[in-house]
Design a protein around this ligand. Structure first.
Ligand code: ZN
Length: 182
């Protein structure tokens, strides 16, 4: 039976924790990767008041195909076709060079489904917050500044999706490191 409510979210959390179990984030503390999908869920639910279990589960699973050996078929078998489609909408094609992947995100953002746009907004909010508070130590100022601008370009394509999330994004963007900082 396909799970559609709270159970779906709990199952997605367990699945994501298992899939990301050997991964760490690039921050100074090398925090466990699963903190990132959980942070998206916190932004969506606690800060933006979104309660749709499909969006919550999508947030938890959003990096499983891109960053672990999880396949789209595996997602569909466990969570259904709708969730598979949502995750694939926010998954970069890793066969493309990095610059092209970034360009594709800008091109694809506006045409994505509502659920995918919400997950995308939360992802960029969390990434900018992390970049401001605990940036990867190998990233210089120029690279961090460019990351903020690219994120703003992606989000610029999906304005009108959710006013609260967009305001949270703008707050996160306002912490872009200044040129004379560092
Ligand atoms: Zn992410």
């Amino acid at each position: 039976m396909e799970r559609i409510g709270f159970e779906l979210v709990v199952d997605a959390l367990g699945f994501a924790a298992l899939k990301h179990r050997d991964q760490r984030r690039k921050d100074r503390e090398a925090s466990p990767y699963i903190n990132h999908p959980i942070a998206l869920m916190r932004v969506l639910s606690l800060e933006a008041g979104i309660v749709d279990p499909l969006v919550m589960a999508g947030a938890l699973l959003h990096d499983t195909v891109e960053d672990t050996e999880t396949t789209p078929e595996e997602l569909e078998a466990r969570f259904g076709s709708e969730l598979r489609a949502l995750v694939m909408e926010v998954t970069d094609d890793r066969s493309l060079p990095k610059a092209e992947r970034k360009r594709q995100q800008v091109l694809r953002a506006g045409g994505a489904s509502e659920g995918a746009r919400l997950v995308k907004l939360a992802d960029k909010i969390c990434n900018l917050r992390d970049m401001a508070e605990s940036p990867p130590h190998s990233w210089d100022l120029e690279r961090r500044r460019a990351y903020f601008d690219w994120a703003a370009e992606v989000i610029g394509q999906l304005r009108g999706t959710h006013a609260v999330l967009e305001a949270l994004f703008d707050q996160a963007y306002a912490r872009k490191p200044r040129e004379d900082q560092d």
